[in-house]
Design a protein around this ligand. Sequence first.
Ligand code: NAD
Length: 255
Amino acid sequence: MDDSPEALAQLLSDAEHAIALTGAGMSTESGIPDFRSAEGMWQRFDPMEVASLQTFLRKPERFWQFHRPRIDMLSAVAPNPAHEAIAELQRRRVLHSLVTQNIDRLHSRAGSTDVIEVHGSLSRGECLQCQAMTTLEELVVKADGAADGVPRCDACGFQLKSGVVMFGESLPAAEISAAYEAAERADVILVVGSSLQVAPVSELPSIVRRRGGKLAILTEGDTPYDSVADVRLRGKAAVQLVETVAALDASQQRN
Ligand code: NAD
C-alpha cells in the first residue's frame, strides 16, 4: 500500500471498526507546543519539576506557577482543521472510537463525541484528599484569589489540582479500560501526532496488530512502529487529514 491520504482513506473505509489515537502533534497547529519535538515543552521545562505529583504535594506554589498560565493559554486556542477532520470522520461513522492523550479539550470543541481522554482533561478541578470536584472556572477564581497562587478545597483545605494527570499519578482507570476495549475491537488504528513513547497508550497499536488489524501513522517525527505501519504519512496533520476526507468524498462519488 502506498503512503498517501488516498491510501489512508481506503484503509479507513475498508474497516469495520476503525479507531484513532491522537497526541500532542494534533494540537500544535492550534498553537499548543508538543512535548518532545525540538520546540517541545520538555526542552524548556523539566517535567518532573513542574508537572509531577511530587511537586504538587511538596511545592504546590511551583506547580501552580507553571499550571495557571497554561490554563489561560489552553483556553485561548481553537480547534484546527485536523480536529475538524477527525470529528467529520466520526460523524460519517468511518471512525468508531477516539482515544486522545491531549488534555486540551479541542476534539470536543471541534464536535467529536465520546472522546476517551486517557491523560485527563482540563475541564475540572479535583481534591486528592477528599475527592471533592470543582469546575475549571472555580479553580481559576480560587488560584487567582490566593496569595500564593494555590487553589484550595472548600471542604478540607487541601491544595486542588486540575483534571490533568500529573507525572507519578495513576491514569484514570475507566478511560484506560475504554481505550483498551476500543483497541481490542478495532481492525484499524490511526495514530495522529503521537511519538508513541508514553505507555500504556503506546501499546494500543500492538493490541490491534496482534489480532491482525492494520496500523496507520500520521506523525511528523519518528515512532517505534514506523517499520510495521501499513500506511505511514508524514507532514502536517491538518493538511493530511483534510486530504483524507477529500479522498473519501472522491471515492464515494466514483462508486
Ligand atoms: P509527543 O510530543 O511525544 O509527540 C508529538 C508528535 O507529533 C511528534 O512526533 C511530532 O513530530 C509530531 N507532530 C508535531 N506537530 C505535528 C503536526 N502538526 N502534524 C503531525 N505531527 C506533528 O506527544 P505525545 O505522543 O502526545 O506524548 C504524549 C504526552 O503529550 C501526553 O502526556 C499528552 O498528555 C501530552 N501533551 C498534550 C498536549 C495537549 O493537550 N495539546 C500538549 C503537549 C503534551
